[in-house]
Design a protein around this ligand. Structure first.
Ligand SMILES: [Zn+2]
Length: 61
């Protein structure tokens, strides 16, 4: 499974967002990763280690 991602990549997480979609855009890369929900536009930030654990797959590198 390919789990490489970069700024602007579209990713799928293991848990979907309450709004019903499960596609996120990577909007910040660093010690913390920021992802934005494609559907509702909400952003969440999480430590890279947690992001890697919760990442299911990269949809669009
Ligand atoms: Zn959402």
């Amino acid at each position: 499974m390919d789990k490489e991602y970069k700024l602007g990549s579209i990713v799928m997480m293991k848990k979907q967002h309450p709004c019903g979609t499960n596609e996120w855009e990577v909007t910040r890369l660093g010690a913390d990763i920021k992802i934005k929900c494609i559907k509702c536009g909400r952003s969440i930030m999480l430590p890279r280690i947690d992001f890697n654990k919760k990442l299911k797959k990269v949809i669009n590198y």
